[in-house]
Design a protein around this ligand. Structure first.
Ligand code: PA5
Length: 446
């Protein structure tokens, strides 16, 4: 992948010199990740994970995936946040958009990322009478949303095929020693994959957390890791700043933040990238949004959202910059047909590829937004495949670590997420949380 060579030209708000002036500080932050002397240093396992994944482990994941692919019509991926978004990002990007409707098997569906009763009802109804399996992913093993969904789905599976058979169709991905899911998996003798201690949820897509569901969807995990491994090398602090995409991206977004560009919009011109953007949104917001600092992350799918958010981006508060993921070549070819009547007036496009029209929309948008004072960063992938997606995911992870250090926060914790949980547990009368109930005398003194 490459960051647009015209990036500096398109940044109206900054000069190349300003960005390069940040080189020293940015490189220091990258080195802090490598040396392991920064904040959150116990959670740096992801940094060299791609280059240290061994063939045998990937083969084992593939073997498990193959048995799910053979035995199941549907596989439910249970998880939330970093325990599910990475898999959904890669699967949505690389699987056929209409695969499920074309009867491609297995169908991959998701649960445990919300607490909607209607969602769970409809999912259970859909699974009725189908051969299904469950991949339950939770590092802590105690997160309410996935635990709740799993309890319901586990019962449905056991009721349908019996406890013994159900055990063969359930895999747990969790901590090696702690948590309710770990204990449950040991007790029920589920096949288990370990989430390394030193890798937090949102940095775990290239571990079994992402790899198992991705392999189940029929996607080549070795290629994904190969891309990530190459990007691991390309973003090492030995690589000069000017050629180091993670350092350039981290530095540029922080400079923009300093001059009042408080919102970063990740834009794509291909709906297959929607969940890559959702994964990115979580990665950066949960890593950087603390101590009353951090860029607010937003996602748009173009050209769809040019007919909604486009107005805001073009003319509202000038607090926003845009990062565009662009795919150079599509996988398939569709040309605009000639129509002898030309009633729709589209003959000026006949014979043109749809992707050519999309690229002109992309360029037109970039020009309009830059002219409207929305600085623009372009990340280009030659094509959407496992290798380049592996590069992209690692690139964003590396840049996020560097960026968090530039911002002087710990990018690897998420203390703010606990607040809603405590209130919810208190409201649900979870033992040990009663004192936190709204209106409780002790709470009001806290
Ligand atoms: O990035 C993170 O750490 C979080 O988003 C977690 O992945 C999310 O809260 C789910 O946690 P767990 O895997 O413990 O269920």
């Amino acid at each position: 992948i490459k960051l647009s060579s015209s990036m500096f030209k398109t940044l109206k708000a900054m000069t190349k010199e300003q960005v390069v002036a940040q080189a020293v500080k940015t490189k220091e932050c990258n080195r802090m990740l490598e040396v392991g002397n920064g904040k959150g240093r116990d959670f740096l396992g992801w940094l060299h994970f791609p280059s240290s994944v061994i063939e045998k482990d990937m083969d084992d994941i593939q073997l498990t995936a193959n048995s799910f692919r053979t035995d199941c019509e549907v596989v439910v991926i249970v998880g939330i946040g970093g325990s599910y978004l990475g898999a959904r990002a890669v699967i949505t990007a690389l699987a056929n958009s209409f695969g499920a409707l074309k009867n491609e098997r297995p169908v991959v569906v998701y649960a445990g990322h919300n607490i909607s009763e209607d969602y769970l009802y409809e999912l259970s109804e859909y699974l009725e009478g189908k051969k299904f399996g469950i991949i339950n992913i939770s590092k802590s093993g105690t997160t309410t949303e996935p635990a709740l969904a799993f309890r319901i789905l586990k019962k449905q599976l056991e009721d349908s095929i019996g406890k013994m058979n159900a055990q063969k169709h359930i895999v747990a991905v969790t901590d090696k020693a702690r948590g309710a899911l770990h204990n449950l998996a040991v007790k029920e003798k589920y096949k288990t994959y370990i989430i390394p201690d030193d890798i937090g949820g949102r940095f775990s897509v290239l571990t079994p957390v992402g790899l198992l569901p991705i392999a189940i969807a029929g996607i080549n995990i070795k290629q994904l890791i190969a891309g990530a491994t190459d990007m691991e090398r390309a973003t090492s602090s030995d690589i000069p700043f000017e050629n180091n995409p993670a350092e350039l991206y981290a530095s540029t977004r922080n400079e923009l933040y300093k001059i009042g560009k408080k919102i970063e919009i990740l834009a794509n011109f291909n709906p297959k990238l929607h969940y890559v953007a959702e994964w990115w949104k979580q990665l950066y917001s949960e890593s950087e949004g603390k101590q009353h600092k951090g860029i607010f992350t937003a996602v748009v799918d173009f050209t769809t959202d040019l007919h909604s958010m486009g107005q805001w981006i073009q003319e509202a508060e000038r607090t926003v910059f845009e990062t565009v993921i662009s795919i150079a070549s599509p996988k398939y070819k569709v040309e605009v047909p000639l129509d002898s009547q030309d009633l729709d007036g589209l003959n000026f496009l006949s014979g043109k590829r749809v992707d050519y029209i999309n690229k002109m929309a992309e360029l037109g948008t970039q020009i309009a937004h830059v002219e409207g004072d929305v600085p623009n960063i372009k990340i280009e992938l030659p094509e959407l495949n496992e290798y380049h997606l592996g590069q992209l995911l690692y690139f964003f992870e590396r840049a996020c670590g560097i960026s968090g250090y530039l911002l002087e926060v710990n990018p690897f914790d998420q203390p703010g997420v606990e607040s809603y949980k405590k209130n919810m547990f208190a409201l649900l009368n979870k033992p040990g949380f009663e004192h936190l109930k709204p209106g409780n005398e002790i709470r009001s003194k806290l």
